[in-house]
Design a protein around this ligand. Structure first.
Ligand code: KG4
Ligand code: ZN
Length: 339
């Protein structure tokens, strides 16, 4: 059979990314132009700046992805692009570019759901991983516990009611003065702290056992910091970071492992930016080993936003016959499983 080469484009938030993926799982190139340094000046992502930067970068990122893969545009079988969820202006840049290439080169266009991309990142380095499995998607914008029934077939067991896990990391990091993006900074600082120093709450939702809530935990950290400041007591930032991180990971691991057991899944994967958190990976590995569940996770570069994961998702959608028209639009609040 002839090789299927997917050119993938991702621009849903603050990374302009393009990749070439061969036959679904072999990443020939993965180019990411990050805007993090730019947004750090403002303490978070500024949507208008993100869109403008995507426009500036997208052509060179795509050219770089093709050249690193050693392929020409004419060799590409289909083009995959993230069309939601995300920032509408940012998404539009990738979608418009992908439509232009699809039209000019006469190749099929496949719109990809960003979260489906995150889940599919697990296929890249785990050749043995096949559905069904359970996947915990934890990123800056999403916290979902997903049952991967088959390729392209998903059931959401639980989601966050308020803040996403990554958002909580970013907000707590800002409160202790670590800057943006907070996740990696808390991860590093927590290594020097005691995770049992401060008892922060673990939210349990009685009516929906797989849903998450992180706003109470975030408020508890802010109240703790304010209390110390008002009483003039010293704050050990490393203990705050470690205790907060333990509270988040306890809930994530508990929900995911409980779900896996309840649904008889012997494979559990994690995905999204927070999946690169070292404490979460260690805790998940330990809990899965105890329960006889196989634990999967992407390398950190495939956890945070990238186009290789979009290329993998686009491959399976392409093979299943999914095609998008030139009327494909950005859908900022696209739900998983919808087209
Ligand atoms: O998946 P991603 O790149 O973008 C979204 O789709 O949202 O995730 C970014 C999020 C940010 O909130 C960032 O702070 C968090 O992932 N993150 C981490 C780590 N690395 C990135 N959170 C905890 N620990 C990390 N090591
Ligand atoms: Zn993402």
């Amino acid at each position: 059979m002839e090789d299927v080469l997917i050119l993938a484009v991702e621009s849903s938030c603050d990374e302009t990314a393009a990749a070439v993926v061969k036959n679904g799982r072999e990443v020939l190139s993965n180019v990411i132009s990050s805007q993090i340094a730019l947004h750090t000046l403002y303490g978070g992502v500024v949507p208008e700046i993100a869109s403008r930067k995507h426009i500036e970068k997208i052509n060179q990122v795509i050219e770089e992805a093709l050249s690193q893969a050693g392929v020409r545009q004419g060799d590409i079988t289909a083009i995959g692009v993230t069309y939601g969820p995300g920032l509408v202006g940012a998404l539009l840049v990738g979608v418009a570019e992908a439509k232009a290439i699809s039209f000019a080169a006469g190749i099929p266009l496949v719109g990809v759901h960003h979260i489906e991309g995150h889940i599919c990142a697990n296929y890249i380095e785990n050749p043995d991983l096949e559905p069904p499995f359970l996947c915990l998607v934890v990123s800056g914008g999403h916290t979902h516990l997903v049952r991967v029934v088959d390729y392209g077939k998903y059931e959401i067991l639980g989601r966050t009611r308020d803040d996403a896990a990554g958002e909580a990391f970013d907000k707590v990091a800002r409160a202790i003065g670590l800057g943006y993006p907070g996740g990696p900074k808390i991860d590093k600082l927590a290594k020097e702290g005691n995770p049992e120093a401060i008892a922060f709450p673990r939210a349990k939702l009685v009516d929906a056992e797989y849903d998450f809530s992180f706003s109470g935990l975030k408020s508890a950290v802010l109240n703790y910091l304010n209390g110390c400041r008002m009483k003039g007591e010293p704050i050990c930032e490393a203990d705050v970071a470690a205790s907060f991180q333990r509270a988040v990971t306890d809930v994530l691991v508990e929900h995911a492992v409980h779900g896996a057991k309840e649904f008889g899944m012997d494979k559990l994967a994690i995905a999204g930016g927070v999946a690169s958190n070292s404490a979460l990976r260690a805790a998940m590995a330990e809990a899965c080993a105890k329960e006889g569940i196989r634990f999967y996770h992407p390398s950190p570069i495939f956890c945070t936003d990238n186009a290789a994961m979009i290329g993998v998702a686009a491959y399976y959608e392409y093979m299943a016959g999914t095609r998008s028209g030139l009327d494909l639009n950005a859908v900022p609040n696209l739900r998983l499983g919808e087209r």
